[in-house]
Design a protein around this ligand. Structure first.
Ligand SMILES: C[S@@+](CC[C@H](N)C(=O)[O-])C[C@H]1O[C@@H](n2cnc3c(N)ncnc32)[C@H](O)[C@@H]1O
Length: 253
């Protein structure tokens, strides 16, 4: 409990280009400053849909095509790790869930570049984020594997049981979503529900990979308290002077 509370108090580091106002100003480009206005306490509201709708609304403003916005880092930085995990799965189609996908490059690039057949589900509770993913998908070249598919799912990541059967996915990806939930007043409880839901939807032998900027001394005890088994940690980076981590959680076989 103490570790989880300490974990929720930690500051979330921001990707370059994003800003949260926490009493002292962060430099921010216009798109983000108009989404999250100075003086807003958005850090404590990162589990609220309207916070993210405003964030993605600002991204979709303008006539140009939407691009990816990646929290922490993008697909390229972790593609070797992701493909190694996919290679370790039994042959045949692999089912992948990107939980709290936002407009990240992770799910779409994996779908496009994987030589094995993937069914990727990009899940978020922000319809605006999913609208942008849909537009990016329509502009995307076809996937390497002709039978691969990407679908978007509007759902609550803290209640995955309402959306998916137990043991639905070989691989669950979380880049920054558990972190966002953890920062909020009800954070530790909701984040434990989030974790339990992610582990529940893993197939036997499947993996959840959680990308975070939180140090292992805080995150590993939180994950273990949330019931995660076989946690391993790999450092990614540092990128821009910040260390990121990939926490891999295995489903018992
Ligand atoms: C920190 S951003 C990370 C986005 C993306 N994974 C990335 O790497 O860029 C957190 C994302 O989680 C989504 N999110 C937060 N709480 C959620 C919930 N309860 N259910 C579904 N999505 C949620 C937000 O809409 C946002 O897109």
């Amino acid at each position: 409990m103490a570790a989880a509370a300490a974990s929720s108090r930690r500051m979330m580091r921001l990707p370059r280009g994003a800003s949260l106002i926490l009493g002292r100003p962060f430099p921010s480009p216009p798109a983000f400053s108009s989404a999250w206005k100075e003086g807003d306490d958005q850090l404590g509201r990162m589990d609220q849909r309207d916070t993210w709708d405003r964030f993605y609304a600002a991204k979709l403003e303008g006539s140009g095509p939407p691009g990816h916005f990646d929290w922490f880092f993008g697909y390229r930085e972790v593609s070797d790790l992701l493909h190694a995990v996919l290679r370790g799965l039994p042959s045949g189609r692999a089912d992948v869930l990107d939980v709290g996908c936002g407009t990240s490059s992770l799910g779409l690039s994996l779908y496009r570049e994987s030589p094995r057949q993937l069914h990727v589900c990009c899940l978020d509770f922000s319809p605006l984020a999913l609208e942008a993913v849909g537009r990016l998908l329509r502009q995307s070249p076809p996937p390497c594997h002709p039978l691969s598919e990407l679908r978007c799912r509007l759902a609550d990541a803290t209640d995955l049981a309402s959306s998916f059967e137990r043991a639905s996915f070989h691989l669950v990806l979380d880049k920054g979503t558990c972190d966002a939930v953890l920062r909020c007043p009800q954070g530790p409880d909701r984040a434990r529900r989030f974790m339990a839901g992610c582990v529940r939807v893993l197939k036997p032998g499947g993996s959840l990979i959680q990308f975070s900027d939180e140090d292992p001394d805080a995150r590993v005890p939180f994950l273990e308290q949330a019931g995660a088994a076989n946690v391993t940690v790999k450092e990614i980076g540092p990128k821009g002077g910040i260390s990121y981590y990939a926490y891999t959680i295995g489903q018992k076989t």
